[in-house]
Design a protein around this ligand. Structure first.
Ligand code: CP
Ligand code: NVA
Length: 309
């Protein structure tokens, strides 16, 4: 069976834990070799990854490119504007053609259904590089960062403040598999998808949703937020005004645990979803989080090719 990496909830807790473990071990084992040099075992030598971008990216693009390189393989970046996909060739035909020439496909797109369609028609692993619904690769990096700084996930409390978006969806799924609590504070109209929340609760996950950011951050181990306007969304004064009380400020951060970590997938907007004092302050681990995208992608690729779990 082909191992696609479409959503966190497609995995079980053991597989997810194995991916995290592999990433941490490989990160430590790599030492200080140049960033472009292959790992000593070059475990995916000769493998090629096609990366399709329908939306902008800095971290996902760089981390996958360097990940496959460090694993001994290579990547090609394809912007949809320069592909036939951009002028009407179907997702299914694109999947069939790429499957004949590359070993894996990563796609960043808007509609989650396109990702699923790509996977249905591909004969090689397909990886979700972000859709409007979820961002699973990001959350693997987030969990790695918390593990490095706090050594555990189970039993920790993560407070999400702001828009109930694609990044939150993947956090909720991860929390339900690895048993950390997700406390969401968001405006009524910007809640995470109810099917995601219901499914997470059915798996035994602890997900709470409140309008009160103070309640969500109380005693949190991790405080996390994201841009108020995701790619492809229309902004609008009303949305920004509704989100105003959910900015991560020093006052709110004080209500979390003294040693709480601040996470943000980036890109960030200082003065909107987070105060500069927080993202640039001592509790922020956003640069480790960004670097961990690389280590996460390597483990995800290795999992897709059956080298883990
Ligand atoms: N966090 C993240 O996915 O960043 P990019 O949009 O730069 O890839
Ligand atoms: N929620 C953001 C994440 C960017 C990495 C977006 O979809 O634009």
């Amino acid at each position: 069976m082909i191992r696609h990496f479409l959503d966190i909830a497609d995995l079980d807790g053991n597989a997810l834990a194995a991916i995290l473990d592999d990433a941490l071990v490989a990160k430590r084992a790599r030492g200080v070799r140049p960033k472009g040099a292959a790992d000593s075992d070059a475990s995916l030598a000769g493998h090629t990854l096609a990366m399709i971008f329908e939306k902008n990216s800095t971290r996902t693009r760089t981390s996958f490119q360097m990940a496959i390189r460090q694993l001994g393989g290579s990547a090609m970046v394809m912007e949809t504007g320069s592909m036939q996909l951009g002028r009407g060739e179907t997702v299914a035909d694109t999947a069939r053609v790429l499957s004949r020439m590359v070993d894996a496909i990563m796609i960043r797109t808007d509609d989650h259904a396109k990702l699923v369609e790509m996977a249905e028609h591909a004969d090689v692993p397909v990886i979700n590089g972000l859709t409007d619904r979820s961002h699973p690769c990001q959350i693997v990096a987030d969990m790695l960062t918390v593990l490095e700084h706090r050594s555990r996930l189970a039993g920790t409390k993560w407070a999400w403040l702001g828009d109930g978006n694609n990044v939150l969806t993947s956090i909720i799924e991860a929390g339900s598999l690895l048993k950390f609590e997700v406390a969401v504070a968001c405006p009524e109209a910007l809640q995470p998808p109810s099917d995601i929340v219901t499914a997470a609760r059915e798996r035994g996950g602890s997900v709470t949703i409140t309008r009160d950011p103070h309640e969500a951050v109380a005693g949190a181990d991790v405080v996390v937020t994201d841009t108020w306007i995701s790619m492809g969304q229309k902004g609008g004064e009303a949305k920004l005004a509704a989100l105003e009380p959910f900015r991560v400020t020093p006052d709110l951060m004080q209500r979390a645990k003294d040693d709480a970590l601040f996470l943000h997938c980036l890109p960030a907007h200082r003065g909107e979803e987070v105060s500069a004092e927080i993202i640039d302050g001592p509790q922020s681990v956003v640069w480790d989080e960004a670097e961990n995208r690389l280590h996460a992608q390597k483990a995800i690729l290795r999992w897709c090719f059956g080298l883990i779990g």
